[in-house]
Design a protein around this ligand. Sequence first.
Ligand code: NAP
Ligand code: BGC
Ligand code: ZN
Length: 360
Amino acid sequence: MKAIAVREGDRTPTVIETERPEPEPEAGEALVRTLRVGVDGTDHEVIGGGHGGFPEGEDHLVLGHEAVGVVEDPNGTSLERGAVVVPTVRRPPNGPNEYFERGEPDMAPEGQYHERGIVGAHGFMAEYFTSPAECLVPIPDALAELGFLVEPISISEKAFELARASRSSFRWTPESALVLGNGSLGLLTLAMLREGEGYDRLYCLGRRDRPDPTIDLIEALGATYVDSRKTPVDAVPEVHEAVDFVYEATGYPKHAFQSVHALAPNGVAALLGVPGSWEFEVDGGAFHEEFVLHNKAMIGSVNSGFRHFEAATETLATLPSWFLDDLITGVYGLDEFERAFAEGDTIIKTAVQFADYEER
Ligand code: NAP
Ligand code: BGC
Ligand code: ZN
């Protein structure tokens, strides 16, 4: 079986071939034939050595956490052969722990989870993978080719849930939102905010010149492009308006501190980026005061649980096909997998294709 992995010391992925043609499912696990696996900023961080880690005692990590596949062998589980499924990402490291037992693996602290394709466990970029049946989310057959977007959408389903929960003690009717970042997560989230969340006015921040395909997408979604080089996040209220919701997907740590100044009273900011360490000066007094005097909130959110995958599946079906066509800039077979990991201004969302979907 072929898989795409990053080896210790390497900074680029390679195709490896395992001895067995396919992995053998253990009791309670199903065998899944992989269709497609998406690539995001986290994969680039893992490949670059800035995030994640190898499985214990191994010198390589099979990549990929945004997968969709078809059940090849249910192996006595309740899944049907031929069902289209999306795997969740986290697994317990040494047998179940309380977070997994209560169905909240996304809330487990570091050390109490592995993330497939990211930290401590091999990912899904292989011709086949096995997974406990309860970590496989069935999706409609019609979404088989787009199913690799369920995982990233689920990330925002969870973040929206946490943000709403933080505003649930009073009447919060957000009208304006600012998405920080025009990468695949930022753009998917912008489309989600436009389609399902009822916002009247949307903004999306980048640092690019026109012409640029992400700026075209932002504007096609009816949102206003904000160039962070001209309008820093904390200047958004002067130039545009103070917003009810900020969603950070840049991984640029100054944005965490600037966001509070971009919020309208009673607003909430959700932080999603995973930056490394960076020291800089901040007006801590103004930061602190802004939260208190204007009832603002900030939440951090990582990973997502089964119900967020289910919600994401419904959301995916509502996203306009013109948007998805423009967002997905390339799907590549194993023979040209490197193209799925290329970076540049004309590349937005890519995936590796391991098999064609054949209808049941
Ligand atoms: P990405 O493709 O790297 O996107 C980041 C985008 O932010 C890029 O388009 C980049 O612009 C833009 N950006 C960075 N700094 C900026 C600045 N100062 N001003 C304006 N724009 C700026 O990554 P992604 O896949 O969309 O993910 C976004 C972040 O979320 C990453 O840090 C990733 O690790 C994280 N993430 C977290 C979770 C979670 O569970 N919390 C899940 C998925 C991803 P250029 O392209 O022009 O450089
Ligand atoms: C993945 C999440 C994961 C996070 C941190 C994201 O790209 O989509 O599932 O929890 O990275 O590793
Ligand atoms: Zn991801």
